[in-house]
Design a protein around this ligand. Structure first.
Ligand code: ADP
Length: 476
């Protein structure tokens, strides 16, 4: 089992996969089928060989009295017996005759195993019909029939045929047959594995394509499997149609979110304005009323921010978010971001800049929005007295801005998902942090729209580093 497990790890084969099951079934069936045929052929060959020898002995035993009668017309019984025995005996066929007292009347002289073979009598009850026996490591077909002429009992005729060499030849043939069968099975296994792998390749291609399709590229995605078999082409077509339908409803959903956000933002902004003006003139209000108004204002402002985020995302998705990209000196921008953030926190914000200027082409406001969001998160998910580090670095082609904190950190499973919309690691803990789960999704959307990327490295309880990578701007 361990070996099988290692094999599956090495060849990336899963035991529950269709490929493994089909291969196993076909290979088992082939082994079973071919070995049954080989076994049956060997058994049949042996049966035929023995049957042929038995028939020969039966024939000799049947014709022996007739021939003896013929020879004893002119000769004595002993001479007649010797003549026939000389005629029928061969190096492998030993013949001897004994009278009713068990005395030897005649015997063949052509085999040096003769005395040994005759000793068979003392070990076995010699059968009347020919039968195969194993004696002194040799295979012998043996029979002993009563010898009668004209109703007179002469004695007993013994026939013993040594079939050892035939048996050895047969064993050799069976051995060769087995080797050929093993060779054929090996070739069959290889062909089966290859063919099944090839037949399932389009399915694997399909799942690979399906795996990399994201909500953003639903409309442009399509499975192109023109070479695939008919059945898989049908599946691919159904899959493409489903992608089209999904893309349609995804688009509708985006439009809906955009429209709702837009429609709700205006009345909420008016409500927030009224609430703030009532709060400004709150002299005749009780403390309880002021608290209620403050809560309402905070919640309204939070909802407006979320609606603005949703609107930004909807615009970015539909390509309607406008970017005014121009060369920006990141050294200056980062100092501004640090100063802005420092205004809302007592925590220390450390800056590490490069000696040389780092220039990228981006929309200043959008990039600032991204960085402030990252610093804001760093402050939210770490606690005093830990500082926040903003580090600017540069490679040949890219500018890197790291925002590092020493806070709660994020596990690997969550790191893969935090850039998704509304994804929050720990809902109960985060509710107190006043977030919506949209900040990183927007940061990612904005950065990618400026041809950059955003990544995270983090260890739970040690902290996180978010890195914004942007292409270096070159004059030429
Ligand atoms: P939120 O408004 O909840 O902060 P974000 O999209 O900005 O939404 O972040 C998504 C989730 O990622 C957060 O809920 C938080 O769990 C996690 N997260 C973001 N930044 C950090 C950080 N610096 N340290 C630990 N967790 C973070």
């Amino acid at each position: 089992m361990n070996l099988l497990h290692r094999f599956s790890q090495f060849h990336k084969v899963s035991f529950s996969s269709l490929q493994f099951r089909l291969t196993l079934e076909l290979v088992s069936l082939s082994i079973l089928g071919l070995s049954s045929v080989a076994f049956w052929a060997g058994w049949q060959m042996e049966k035929n060989l023995v049957a042929a020898h038995k028939q020969t002995l039966e024939y000799i035993a049947r014709s022996f009295p007739e021939q003896l009668q013929f020879y004893t017309q002119e000769n004595s019984l002993e001479t007649g017996l010797e003549k026939i025995i000389d005629k029928v005996a061969t190096p492998e066929l030993i013949v001897w005759v004994k009278n009713s007292q068990g005395e030897l009347l005649a015997q063949s002289s052509t085999n040096h195993f003769l005395p040994e073979f005759q000793a068979v009598e003392s070990f076995f009850q010699v059968p009347e019909k020919p039968q195969v026996i194993k004696f002194n490591n040799r295979d012998i077909v043996l029979c002993g029939t009563p010898l009668m002429i004209n109703q007179n009992f002469i004695g007993k005729l013994y026939l013993s045929q040594d079939i050892t060499s035939d048996q050895q030849k047969l064993n050799l043939s069976i051995w060769r047959l087995s080797l050929i069968s093993i060779g054929t099975i090996t070739i069959l296994i290889m062909v089966i594995c290859y063919r099944i792998g090839e037949s399932l390749r389009p399915l694997k291609q399909m799942s690979e394509v399906a795996r990399v399709i994201s909500a953003d590229d639903l409309s442009g995605s399509k499975l192109g499997l023109n070479q695939a078999p008919q059945e898989i082409l049908g599946l691919a077509q159904a899959f493409n149609e489903m992608l089209l339908r999904l893309s349609g409803s995804w688009e509708q959903q985006r439009q809906f979110v955009g429209n709702v956000s837009h429609e709700l933002r205006t009345p909420l902004t008016i409500i927030a304005g009224y609430l703030q003006s009532v709060l400004r003139r709150s002299d005749n209000l009780s403390t309880h009323q002021i608290q209620a108004l403050e809560t309402a204002t905070n919640e309204t402002e939070k909802t407006i921010r979320m609606l603005q985020d949703l609107l930004d995302l909807a615009r970015a998705d539909s390509g309607h978010l406008h970017f005014r990209c121009h060369p920006i000196m990141l050294n200056t921008l980062i100092i501004e971001v640090a100063q802005m953030s420092q205004k809302v926190t007592q925590r220390k914000i450390n800056l590490t800049l490069t000696d040389e200027d780092v220039i990228t082409c981006a929309d200043q406001d959008r990039l600032q929005q991204v960085l402030i969001n990252l610093v804001d998160n760093a402050l939210k998910y770490s606690s005093p007295p830990h500082p926040i580090d903003i580090i600017l670095a540069k490679t040949t082609d890219s500018a890197l801005i790291h925002v590092q904190d020493y806070g709660v950190g994020i596990t690997l499973t969550h790191q893969k998902r935090i850039f998704e919309r509304f994804y929050r690691v720990d809902e109960s803990r985060n509710r107190s942090q006043n977030g919506t789960g949209l900040g990183l999704a927007i940061a990612k959307s904005l950065t990618e729209a400026m041809e950059g990327s955003i990544t995270v490295r983090s260890s739970p309880e040690e902290g996180s580093i978010f890195t914004v990578t942007l292409p270096i701007w070159r004059t030429s």
